[in-house]
Ligand binder design. Structure first.
Ligand code: PGA
Ligand code: ZN
Length: 422
C-alpha cells in the first residue's frame, strides 16, 4: 500500500444545492485522487452522523466547514506520512481517531470522503480500475453485472408528499445487458411523460432523484400509472419490465399507525395492503414496506412476500452489521439496501454486504437522494458484486454520472446480468 503525503477537504454542493464533503488524497508518489460523499433526506435513525455546522446564517445550517476542518486538521495530521497495509487498516485508523460509535465527532461525511479518496488513490497507484480494487478488497471475483432498478415515480419526501409512499421504480427484467436496461427504461420514462401530459395536463415535475411526481391522490395510482406507462411503451408488465417500490414507511408511521391516503392503518392492515399490491402488480422488490421501529411485523411480511417479492431493508438496517445480524436471526427481510454513507467507511459497508450475502440475501447497492457528480458508486456496485443498483431516474447529471460509468465498465468487462425475476 502506498504512503500518504496529504489529505485535504473541500466543501462542495450536492444535487439539492446543499453542502457536502469532498476529500483529496495525495500519495508520496504524487498520485492524487478525490471523492465526494452523498447525503440522504429520508434517513434512518441508526445512520452514522453527518457533521453539519448548524450555523443558520450559512446554507440553513447545512454547512460542512467543520467536517472539512477535521479533514484538513486532525485527519491530515494523523494519516500523512503513514502507509496502511490495507483499506481496512486505514478505515480502522479513522474509526479510532473519531472515537464515537456513530462517527459524530469528526463526521461520517468527513470519514467516508477520506476512506473513498484513499481507495481511489491506491487503485490509481496500482494501475487498476477502481472496481478491481473494490473486488480485491471483497476477496470475490466479478462474475456478473448488477441489474438496475430505476425511479419512475416519486412521492413522499422525494416528491413533495402528494402521496405518502416514496418511490415506484422500474426493473427492466428482460434486458440482457446494462445498456439495454437503460434503453428499456427510457422507453417507459418517455411513455410516462406523455401519460402525465395527457392525464394531468401538466408539464412533468421531477422529484429529488429525477423520478416524475404526478399529482395523484392515492398511493396505488403510482403503481397503476407505471403499468400504463410500460404498456404504452409496447412492453409487457411482469415480463419485460417489473416494478420495485420504496415505501420509506418510517416517514408516515406515527403513534403506531401508517397514515396512508387519509386512512390510519395498523401494522396488520398495512401488511395486508402490501401483500395485496404485491399480488396485483409485478413488484419484485419492496423496500421499507414497514417502519424501522415496527420490527415485530417484518418477519410475517417477509414470509408473505416470498418468494416472488424481495423484502428489502433500508431504514430498518441502515447498512449496520449489528442490525443486519438481528434481521437475519429474526427473518425480518431477505435483501439489504447498501448505502455506504449510512455506516461511514468502506470496510464496515463491506462487512454489511458480506453478512447479507452469506445469509443468502440479495444486495441492492444504492445512492442517496442528495448526490454529486462523483461515480465511485458504480465501481463499488460492480466490484462488490451487487445484485441490483438503485441510483435514481435516467435524468439529472448526478444520476447519469453513475449510469454512464456503468456503461463504461460494461464495455471494458461485458458480463452476464443477474437474472430477474429469479
Ligand atoms: P434518501 O432516500 O437518500 O433520501 O435517504 C433514499 C431511499 O430511501 O432509498
Ligand atoms: Zn429507502
Amino acid at each position: 500500500m502506498p504512503r500518504i503525503r496529504s489529505i485535504e477537504g473541500l466543501e462542495i454542493l450536492d444535487s439539492r444545492g446543499r453542502p457536502t464533503v469532498k476529500a483529496t488524497c495525495v500519495l508520496q508518489s504524487g498520485a492524487s485522487a478525490s471523492a465526494s460523499v452523498p447525503s440522504g433526506a429520508s434517513t434512518g435513525r441508526a445512520e452514522a452522523v453527518e457533521l453539519r455546522d448548524g450555523d443558520p446564517s450559512r446554507y440553513g445550517g447545512y454547512g460542512c466547514l467543520k467536517a472539512v476542518y477535521h479533514i484538513n486538521g486532525e485527519i491530515n495530521r494523523k494519516l500523512s506520512g503513514r502507509t496502511f497495509a490495507s483499506q481496512a487498516e486505514l478505515d480502522r485508523a479513522l474509526i479510532d481517531l473519531d472515537g464515537t460509535p456513530d462517527k459524530s465527532r469528526l463526521g461520517a461525511n468527513a470519514i467516508l470522503a477520506v476512506s473513498i479518496a484513499h481507495s481511489r488513490a491506491s487503485a490509481l497507484e496500482g494501475g487498476a480500475p477502481l472496481y478491481r480494487y473494490f473486488a480485491e478488497m471483497s476477496g470475490q471475483p466479478i462474475t456478473r453485472f448488477p441489474r438496475p432498478t430505476l425511479n419512475l415515480f416519486s412521492g413522499g419526501m422525494h416528491g413533495g408528499r402528494q402521496v405518502a409512499i416514496q418511490d415506484v421504480l422500474v426493473v427492466p427484467a428482460s434486458a440482457g445487458s446494462f445498456r439495454q436496461s437503460l434503453e428499456i427504461t427510457h422507453a417507459v420514462y418517455a411513455a410516462a411523460v406523455e401519460l402525465m401530459a395527457e392525464r394531468f395536463d401538466a408539464r412533468w415535475l421531477t422529484a429529488d432523484e429525477g423520478g416524475l411526481a404526478p399529482p395523484v391522490n392515492r398511493a396505488e395510482e403510482l403503481l397503476e400509472l407505471a403499468i400504463e406507462a410500460i404498456e404504452r411503451a409496447g412492453l409487457t408488465p411482469g415480463v419485460h419490465v417489473c416494478l420495485a417500490a420504496d415505501l420509506a414507511s418510517s416517514h408516515f408511521f406515527k403513534d403506531g399507525a401508517y397514515r396512508l391516503d387519509g386512512k390510519s392503518l395498523n401494522s396488520h392492515e398495512m401488511k395486508e395492503q402490501l401483500v395485496d399490491w404485491a399480488r396485483r402488480y409485478p413488484i419484485v422488490s419492496l423496500e421499507d414496506g414497514l417502519a424501522e421501529e415496527d420490527w415485530d411485523h417484518w418477519p410475517e411480511l417477509c414470509k408473505r412476500l416470498s418468494p416472488t417479492t424481495l423484502t428489502l431493508g433500508d431504514d430498518l438496517l441502515c447498512t449496520h452489521p449489528r442490525r443486519i445480524q438481528n434481521a437475519i436471526q429474526s427473518n425480518a427481510c431477505n435483501a439489504l439496501l447498501l448505502k455506504v454513507n449510512q455506516i461511514g467507511t468502506l470496510t464496515e459497508a463491506l462487512e454489511a454486504c458480506q453478512l447479507a450475502r452469506d445469509a443468502g440475501w440479495m444486495v441492492t447497492v444504492s445512492v442517496r437522494s442528495g448526490e454529486t457528480e462523483d461515480d465511485w458508486f458504480s465501481d463499488l456496485a460492480v466490484g462488490w458484486s451487487g445484485h441490483q443498483t438503485k441510483a435514481g431516474s435516467i435524468t439529472q447529471s448526478e444520476r447519469l454520472a453513475k449510469y454512464n460509468r456503468l456503461l463504461e465498465i460494461e464495455k471494458e468487462m461485458p458480463l452476464p446480468m443477474i437474472p430477474w425475476p429469479h
